[in-house]
Ligand binder design. Structure first.
Ligand code: SF4
Ligand code: SF4
Length: 172
């Protein structure tokens, strides 16, 4: 393997350290809804799936609880964290990386779990996403795809979110 997991994750994190979905702090639109206990995390109590090895990289943050599950490691938080410790899935929220396994095409798509809480997902005014963020998020995903374990996890998340869209469609 050319790069270690640590090196790939560090590169991906760095790309998304200062680039955020909007050109301004989107938390001002919703008082940080995606981190608040009364919204997404309370609804599902599911927490965030971590990529392999991410627990080692961010395990130093006292606000996190990391659990082993049959599906992999899951992080729950208290609703605050130091910016440098944000896991990858939080860095690209409210999007997920949609991976077309046939063509290899990678795109950013609104995470269906963001639909009820995120003004960006519902395309409210002043929420045109930053081109800089979009480009960096895609670059970060492509970097992670160099590692087979990350690739597997990203494809799993992509399929899961695609599946949720499919399920919502059948319910409408
Ligand atoms: S819910 Fe959406 S708009 Fe609000 S802080 Fe999270 S990503 Fe930003
Ligand atoms: S880990 Fe940090 S960024 Fe992610 S939901 Fe918790 S407080 Fe928000």
């Amino acid at each position: 393997m050319k790069y270690t997991k640590y090196a790939l994750l560090r590169r991906a994190y760095t790309l998304l350290e200062n680039s955020t979905p909007l050109k301004y702090d989107c938390g001002k639109l919703c008082e940080g809804a995606c981190c608040r206990a009364d919204t997404i995390r309370a609804e599902s109590d599911a927490g965030m799936m971590l990529l392999p090895y991410e627990d080692v990289l961010i395990g130093g943050c006292e606000e996190f609880e990391i659990k082993d599950t049959s599906d992999g490691k899951i992080l729950t938080c208290s609703g605050t964290c130091e910016r440098i410790f944000r896991p990858f899935m939080c860095r690209i929220f409210p999007y997920y990386a949609r991976i077309d396994e046939e063509t290899g095409r990678i795109s950013l798509r609104v995470d269906p779990r963001a639909a009820n809480i995120c003004p960006i997902a519902t395309k409210k005014k002043r929420t045109r996403h930053s081109v800089y963020f979009h480009r960096n998020a895609l670059r970060a995903v492509r970097i992670l795809m160099h590692d087979e374990d990350f690739k597997k996890e990203l494809i799993k998340t992509s399929n899961f979110c695609d599946g949720l869209y499919e399920m919502y469609r059948t319910l409408i």
